[in-house]
Each structure stands twice: as structure tokens, then as C-alpha cells.
Design a protein around this ligand. Structure first.
Ligand code: ATP
Length: 366
């Protein structure tokens, strides 16, 4: 059987605006039915990629393919791609049903078919009751659902969404994220979503492209990106992380290294290759840290010694800021259990700090 081509493929795409080099040799493949997210800080080039896929811009060099066909310079209306814009761009003088039907009316489709398709999509976005309302009579979340319905009514191959939740408050944002994911699963359409919010990207996406200054830094599932960040930028961008400077003092068997961190020797696991005496960075997520009282540590078990500086209860978890003897600060996050006296840390308490063996990420020094 012939393998399906990716729905979207970018091959070595560069974009230069006047003199500004906005994208550097971006290559990526997005598969049919994927929820794919472009994640990165403001100005890193996310919207530019979306506009190139939609056809609102042409690349300076490189190729763009949709379903295996080159579309690099095709105008937007010739691509089976629709966009949901940040401000939804609804027509204020048209009802919900008229807004949704607009794209179909522009094509010669029978009134009966339009009515039926609008009815079906209204049901999917749960707006049947509001079909005669005008945009100003809807909530922010409802307006967004109209925009979604309008964008999917002509069954595009791909739906592009540029920060569609930015106008919503946090609670509604969470609710719409869930709805968006359900909606995408139900439709089976490929979604390409732009956000600078890592939590949102993780909650929604099958895969994520993390971008940094116009470059594609890492592509992977949320778990891969969180647990195996490609570099320090990604590691810091997708969550809190502790960075410990280390020196390789022995190369051991089974992908292990003996590493000196602030004078203590830890056995650390990594699939990457490091040289003897190499200066490295050992990264540990706060939730992977393990704290103990110093007296509970066994003879020969390595740990860093610190003092609890701040305890912040967050409901299900507690964040502990710890100051090491050398003045460096670390963050540990533990699940909070009222019945567990071990979690009852207080400011000024000395603690032994270690982490779950094998869960550290090791990077070459940048
Ligand atoms: P944001 O999250 O702030 O929307 P983004 O990651 O989507 O940011 P882009 O809108 O893709 O970023 O912009 C990438 C870079 O290209 C920015 O530095 C921006 O100023 C620049 N840029 C975008 N459009 C143009 C243009 N038409 N002319 C010149 N520079 C542009």
C-alpha cells in the first residue's frame, strides 16, 4: 500500500521581510488528523509559518506541500486550508447561521444543502439554540465556536488557529481548550495551532514544534519535549527546571557517568556521549527532586545539603525553595498529603537534596 504523504510539509523554508530574517530553513511534516502546535515566545515566527501555510505570504525560499502537491505560491483560495483569526473576524450584521453559511453562499451550493450543513455544524458546536442571534449577543466562548463552525463547514484539509483563546479569561480558556480538543477529534481535521503558552500547548497537542528566533529547535510529543528538552531554551520555556553544573569524573558502564556537582559525586544516566572532564549541565524538574532529613540519608548516598527558604502551598502540591550552602537556589515540588508528616517542611529546616535516579536531563555546556 502506498504511504500517505503528510498533509502539510515544509521543506527548508526561509522567510525574509525586507531585511529581517524571520524564518531560517524550517522543515516539518504534519500528519493527517494531527493536532500540531507551534510554540514559542513572541516574535519567534509562529504566525509567519501559519501565514505561509495559508498562502497569505510566500516563502523567500523553500517549498510548501499540501497532501503531497506543491502549493508554495498558490493563493489562499486555491488551498484547502482555513484560518481562525485571533479576533474571530465575524460579520457583526449577520446572524450566527448567516455567518456560518457565508463561505458556502459564495460558492454555488443549493439552499437546501447549505441549510443542512449549517444545521449539522451548529449541532457540533452546540449553538443550535442561538442560530438567530447576532455576534454581539454572544459570549466570548460562543463567538469563538461560531468562528470554528464557519471555518470547518467546507471541510478543509487543515484548520489554522492563531492564538484563538487570547481574548478569553483563564477559566473560559480552559473550558474552550477541552472543547477544541473534542471538536478536533470529532472532525478528524488536522489542526495547526499557534500559542506562546506551554500549558495550553501540552494540553491540546499531539506534537509540538518549539521555535526560537525563527528556528525550529525541537519537534516532539509534549512528553518528549518536557522530559527530553533538546537544549536549555526548550527546557526553561516548557516549565521550571533546576540547572546544576557538573564535571564528568568517570565514564561508567550502562550509559552512566560519575559526575561531580558542587563537590558531591553522583552517578548519572544519559544516552548522550560525554567526555572525561567535560563540563556539563544536569537538569532536574522540581517534581523529580527528592528531599529528606539529613539524618535519614544512608552512608555513601550522595546528596546536596540545603536549607528550606520558602514553602508555598499550592493545594495539591507544595513548592519548596531551597538555598544550598554555596548560595545557589533550587526548587522542589512535592505532592501535598495532609497525613504525611514528611511533607511538613518549615523555613530554616536543613534538608538533603537528591532526585529520582535516571530522571535527570544532561546537556553539553552551552
Ligand atoms: P507573536 O506571538 O507576538 O504573534 P510570532 O511568533 O507569531 O509572534 P511573527 O508574527 O511570525 O511572530 O513574526 C516574526 C518576526 O517577523 C517578528 O520579529 C516580526 O516583527 C517580523 N515580521 C512579521 N511580519 C512582518 C512584516 N510584514 N514585515 C516585517 N517584519 C515582519
Amino acid at each position: 500500500m502506498k504511504r500517505q504523504p503528510p498533509v502539510i510539509e515544509l521543506m527548508n523554508v526561509d522567510k525574509v521581510y525586507d531585511t529581517y530574517h524571520a524564518l531560517h530553513s524550517i522543515s516539518l511534516r504534519i500528519h493527517n488528523g494531527e493536532f500540531f502546535t507551534l510554540l514559542g515566545p513572541s516574535g519567534c515566527g509562529k504566525t509567519t509559518i501559519l501565514r505561509l501555510i495559508a498562502g497569505f505570504e510566500n516563502p523567500t525560499s523553500g517549498e510548501i506541500l499540501l497532501n503531497g502537491s506543491v502549493v508554495t505560491t498558490l493563493p489562499p483560495e486555491k488551498r484547502q486550508v482555513n484560518t481562525v483569526f485571533q479576533d474571530y473576524a465575524l460579520f457583526p450584521h449577520m446572524s450566527v447561521a448567516q455567518n456560518i453559511a457565508f463561505g458556502l453562499r459564495m460558492r454555488s451550493i443549493s439552499r437546501d444543502e447549505i441549510r443542512e450543513r449549517v444545521r449539522t455544524v451548529l449541532e457540533k458546536v452546540d449553538l443550535t439554540q442561538h442560530s438567530n442571534r447576532y455576534p454581539h449577543q454572544l459570549s466570548g466562548g460562543q463567538r469563538q465556536r461560531v468562528a470554528l463552525a464557519r471555518a470547518v463547514i467546507n471541510n478543509p484539509l487543515v484548520l489554522l488557529l492563531d492564538e484563538p483563546f487570547s481574548a478569553l479569561d483563564l477559566k473560559l480558556r480552559r473550558q474552550m481548550q477541552k472543547e477544541m480538543k473534542d471538536f478536533q477529534r470529532q472532525l478528524g481535521i488536522t489542526f495547526v495551532f499557534v500559542t506562546h503558552d506551554q500549558e495550553e500547548a501540552f494540553a491540546l497537542s499531539d506534537r509540538i514544534l518549539v521555535m526560537e528566533e525563527g528556528k525550529a529547535t525541537q519537534i516532539g510529543t509534549p512528553q518528549e519535549i518536557y522530559e527530553e528538552p533538546a537544549n536549555m531554551f526548550v527546557a526553561r520555556f516548557v516549565g521550571d527546571i533546576n540547572v546544576l553544573p557538573g564535571t564528568v569524573i568517570a565514564v561508567l558502564e550502562n550509559e552512566r557517568y560519575l559526575v561531580s556537582i558542587y563537590g558531591e559525586e553522583f552517578s548519572i544516566r544519559s544516552k548522550k556521549e560525554f567526555m572525561l572532564h567535560e563540563i556539563i549541565q544536569v537538569l532536574i524538574r522540581p517534581e523529580d527532586m527528592r528531599l529528606n532529613s539529613i539524618s535519614a540519608m544512608s552512608e555513601g548516598e550522595p546528596y546536596l545539603e540545603g536549607v528550606i527558604e520558602e514553602v508555598i502551598y499550592k493545594g495539591a502540591t507544595v513548592d519548596l525553595y531551597i538555598k544550598l550552602k554555596n548560595g545557589e537556589r533550587l526548587l522542589a515540588s512535592e505532592f501535598f498529603n495532609e497525613d504525611d508528616p514528611d511533607i511538613d517542611y518549615f523555613r530554616g529546616e536543613p534538608v538533603a537534596i537528591a532526585w529520582v535516579d535516571g530522571w535527570e536531563v544532561v546537556l553539553h555546556h552551552e
